[in-house]
Design a protein around this ligand. Structure first.
Ligand code: FAD
Ligand code: NAI
Length: 466
């Protein structure tokens, strides 16, 4: 029987990163994966394929609408959807091979099959009707999440799709109805709108992107509407009739009231994700779950069963790849006797649309609710030189700082490349920096990042270009 220091169940960004770090620290490690390919949701049906399609569809739209004004004359671009899907697949394959390479390089055994915990120190791996039991000092559960379903709406991944189906549609739907104005709805809605779909988004709440700063979300919604998105906020889809050629979605006000019927060719259900623990044997092994079905852990990622830990989407916290990765590193370091930790106050979030939205730390709503005195500095891209010459002036940077100490508490950006720009705020906040620190740091000219510096200057009411 094979014996290990650590067996990680699941090879998403949480699991494979944990395995690599543990191997770096001298542990004998195996990963267990039930899917044919490594990399989990993120590499196969999540972050990476969605970003490939976002990039390709953005290029398509730019070629159609932005090239001419820059004096680049091209004939009307034509969509070759199979080729675009092939571009996406090449990206997936490249990244999946990268994880396979990392497993080999770090001498990590890859056990293909479904992992089941038989109690402290024992994992059963089953595939094709055969099973083996491996012994290990420690187990890390990194089994991720699955799509949340809506009662009465059957996902067939052809016409009524989850994100997985929406990443592989065979033709551009004329009308796409998106249920949920969260990250997936706005990213994948953007992909198909750019390729020609009329996109309507139905959202239960009275705003898009719950959890993001309200002012940013409001402005972002206007920008999306200008692009052609239609929103139906404060509404819920109560059923979809798929019996005819056209899908008929029944929509009601969230608070109750008269229903209306909306026609669509594809319905995308993206109302969140749920932890995935099927087949893991948690009940038999006595591993406790919380009231939302997530594996319950303490501050050191330990479950209630000795030697069993959990990280990533399957535990509490934002369902983000980089959060899973950082937890993977932290738990490996803890197992090696070090003091690995994750600073949950400084985890960035990015929506990879055009423009992008990014955020780190507290929103204005959260500060108000906590009764925290704060100052705000804002700077629009319309006043940023680089954005002006590129004619990409939508959006602004918003910095929230402690009114007494000037410590930066939150940074929120809507604008092109916001997902790259947020990281100087992440580093600043990790070091407990102030708006003054940011304002006094030299920023290269001409860059869009100068808007971040100007927003920091605006906290002290001394922005230069405004
Ligand atoms: P996962 O990546 O879900 O991996 C879990 C793995 O465990 C899977 O491979 C699964 O097959 C395996 N597994 C499960 N049970 C068993 C078992 N019993 N035995 C063996 N193997 C098992 N996040 C971002 O940060 N940025 C993004 O841009 C982004 N885009 C996304 C786009 C989409 C469309 C979706 C759906 C998600 C996106 N996410 C994004 C979220 C991100 O994918 C997840 O947060 C991340 O994958 C979580 O990593 P994980 O390691 O916890 O789990
Ligand atoms: P989400 O939680 O971001 O958004 C779901 C939305 O659906 C919310 O606005 C919610 O209010 C709404 N909703 C819930 N029930 C509804 C109903 N019955 N009718 C109408 N609206 C309803 O979830 P989403 O977009 O499915 O994404 C899942 C996870 O994947 C997220 O937690 C996110 O962190 C992760 N992800 C991250 C990305 C990124 O970092 N760029 C990209 C895509 C996904």
């Amino acid at each position: 029987m094979a014996t290990y220091d650590l067996v990680v169940i699941g090879t998403g960004p949480g699991g494979y990163v944990c395995a690599v770090r543990a191997s770096q620290l001298g542990m004998k490690v195996a990963v267990v994966e039930k899917n044919a390919t490594l990399g989990g949701t993120c590499l196969n049906v999540g972050c990476m394929p969605s970003k490939a399609l976002l990039h390709a569809s953005e290029m398509f739209e730019e070629a159609a609408h932005s090239f001419a004004k820059m004096g680049v004359s091209v004939s009307t671009p034509k969509l070759d959807l199979p080729a675009m899907m092939n571009f996406k697949q090449q990206g997936i394959d490249g990244n999946v091979k990268g994880v396979e390479f990392l497993m080999k390089k770090n001498k990590i055994d890859v056990l293909k099959g479904t992992g089941k915990i038989l109690g402290t120190g024992k994992v059963e791996v089953s595939a094709d009707g055969k099973s083996q039991v491996v012994e290990t000092k420690n187990i890390v559960i990194a089994t991720g999440s699955d799509i949340a379903r809506l009662k009465g709406i059957e996902i067939d991944e052809k016409r009524i799709v989850s994100s997985t189906g929406a990443l592989s549609l065979e033709k551009v739907p004329q009308r796409m109805l998106v249920i949920g104005a969260g990250v997936i709805g706005l990213e994948l809605g953007s992909v198909w709108r750019r390729l020609g779909s009329e996109v309507m988004v139905v959202e239960f709440l009275d705003r898009i992107l719950p959890g993001m700063d309200g002012e940013i979300a409001k402005q972002f919604q206007r920008m999306l509407e200008k692009q052609g998105f239609a929103f139906k906020l404060g509404s819920k889809v109560t059923g979809v009739d798929a019996s005819g050629k056209t899908l008929l979605a029944k929509i009601e006000p969230a608070a109750g009231g008269a229903a209306e019927t909306i026609e669509a060719d594809v319905v995308l259900v993206c109302i969140g994700r749920v932890p995935f623990t099927d087949g893991l044997g948690l009940k038999e092994a006595g591993v406790a779950l919380d009231n939302r079905g997530r594996v319950q852990i303490d501050a050191h990622f330990s479950t209630n069963v000795k030697g069993v830990y959990a990280i990533g989407d399957v535990v509490a916290g934002p369902m983000l790849a980089h959060k899973a990765e950082d937890e993977g590193v932290a738990v490996a370091e803890i197992l090696a006797g070090q003091s690995g930790h994750v600073n949950y106050d400084v985890i960035p979030g990015v929506v990879y649309t055009t423009p992008e939205v990014s955020s780190v730390g507290k929103t204005e709503e959260e500060l108000k609710q906590a009764g925290q005195a704060y100052t705000v500095g804002k700077f629009p891209f319309t006043a940023n030189g680089r954005s002006k010459v590129n004619q990409t002036t939508d959006g602004f940077v918003k910095i929230l700082a402690d009114a007494k100490t000037d410590r930066v508490l939150g940074v929120h950006i809507v604008g092109r490349e916001a997902g790259e720009m947020i990281h100087e705020a992440v580093v600043l906040m990790e070091f407990g920096g102030s708006a003054e620190d940011l304002a006094r740091s030299c920023h290269a000219h001409p860059t869009r990042s100068e808007a971040v510096k100007e927003a920091a200057l605006a906290v002290g009411k001394r922005a230069i270009h405004m």
